[in-house]
Design a binder for this molecule. Sequence first.
Ligand code: ZN
Ligand code: ZN
Length: 213
Amino acid sequence: MAKQGQSARASGDEAAGVAPSSALPLAELFRQKRREAGLSQQELAERCGVKQSAISGFERHGSAAQALSVEKLRQVADLLGIVVDEAQVKARPHAARLALFYCPDPDCPSTHVYPLGAQTAYRPRFVRAEAEVPFHCPDCGEICEKRCPECGTPISERLRGAFCSDCGKPLVAGDRLTAAAIAEREVCRAALTAAIPAVEFRHGREGGGAGGD
Ligand SMILES: [Zn+2]
Ligand SMILES: [Zn+2]
């Protein structure tokens, strides 16, 4: 019969694909199943309503790419006929598209308080969380900010500090604190950072998988 378009070029890969699929890391299994289905990354992405770069990122770096939300991961897996067990999904540190947030409450121990001349400045401790959901501070429950309240500039890892780099507005507004109160807050903050260092936004390589292959 004439070539059916999709499956025509799968034959050459067959020798490499003999390993039982369940033994493969999830990312490789995704790639393998996608190819077996005759789908390009772009085609798969379109069917699942995600970007091609998300598929590419996942296939290259697995969960570490943080390219797919849990829901999307399940959806893609479903489409490819892959059974993803709960442990594999739960092992993912943060599954969705991430955004930086900070707690706007100057009394919250997550907020880094320090004297700046005669003033007290409040430097927010950024955390990353799913971008679409309103993020609540894990320490005080306050709804966190992800952009400058004054000018709307999104918070970024390059803009760590007490003030908005665009408009100069303090990110966290609050009253002056006494030196003792600041010291107390510092102890609290240090303990907090030691307890959950992974939450602190470090040096992500966000969106690393843009190119297809
Ligand atoms: Zn808080
Ligand atoms: Zn601003």
